[in-house]
Design a protein around this ligand. Structure first.
Ligand SMILES: C[S@@+](CC[C@H](N)C(=O)[O-])C[C@H]1O[C@@H](n2cnc3c(N)ncnc32)[C@H](O)[C@@H]1O
Length: 213
């Protein structure tokens, strides 16, 4: 496209950033009426995003260990007028999600999102951690429906972040390919520590995975 003698190009880099990519995957897997889980509510932006996809007839469960994060998420959802019976905020660690989410939903989650690390603008010493994150991922995979997706945004710049990211990748590498398909999306040539995305899709859609690739 030409304008005033210049060729208009998309901004550089044009590829999706980590959080944008995580949202792209969620958009592809969630439908109105679905149940979704935000494992790290924080300020509620992701919870709100999920609630927009699951809609007024769906349900979003959101977890956070910080009372302030739960309050901020509640405030955001109310400000946007998201119906109160389409979300449920749980002030507890995501590693408790199997016990905290009613059995009727087990095996029915369309997506589970983990935006790991600490909450920007808040207490940086409260971060997610390798052991509880991996325990929560195990629980989340039980909660997913066939064809559902788990998406984790991984940060490595803060203390413990690298170890946590490695623990998640090690866990993913050990999963059986006939049960789960897992990918990693990351910038290869950055001098900083940009976030990356790991996604795990549960098998069992109407199409069988192609093991030849
Ligand atoms: C990067 S922030 C999440 C950002 C959030 N998704 C948003 O849209 O604002 C990470 C959050 O994880 C929370 N957290 C830390 N450990 C946790 C745990 N075991 N279970 C649930 N949340 C935890 C922190 O309190 C923090 O709010």
């Amino acid at each position: 496209m030409k304008a005033a003698g210049y060729t208009l190009r998309p901004p550089f880099p044009s590829m999706l950033r980590a959080v944008e990519f995580s949202h792209h995957l969620l958009r592809e897997h969630l439908f109105p009426g679905d149940m979704a889980i935000d494992a790290t509510a924080g300020n509620g932006h992701d919870t709100h995003f999920l609630a927009q996809l699951t809609g007024p007839d769906g349900m979003v469960y959101a977890f956070d260990v910080q009372g302030g994060a739960i309050a901020a998420t509640r405030q955001l959802l109310e400000r946007w007028g998201v119906p109160g019976d389409s979300w449920n905020l749980i002030h507890a660690g995501h590693e408790t999600m199997l016990e905290a989410i009613p059995a009727i939903w087990h095996g029915r989650a369309g997506a589970v999102l983990f935006n790991l690390g600490y909450l920007p603008g808040s207490d940086k010493s409260v971060t997610t951690g390798a052991a509880t994150t991996v325990a929560a991922i195990r629980a989340a995979l039980t909660l997913l429906r066939p064809g559902g997706i788990l998406v984790a945004v991984l940060y490595t710049a803060h203390p413990g972040g690298k170890e946590e990211a490695q623990a998640v990748l090690d866990f993913c590498a050990g999963m059986l390919p006939r049960e789960f398909h897992s990918i990693e999306y990351r910038t290869v040539n950055s001098r900083n520590h940009p976030p990356s995305v790991v996604a795990i899709e549960k098998a069992g859609t109407d199409m069988e995975p192609d093991y030849s690739i």
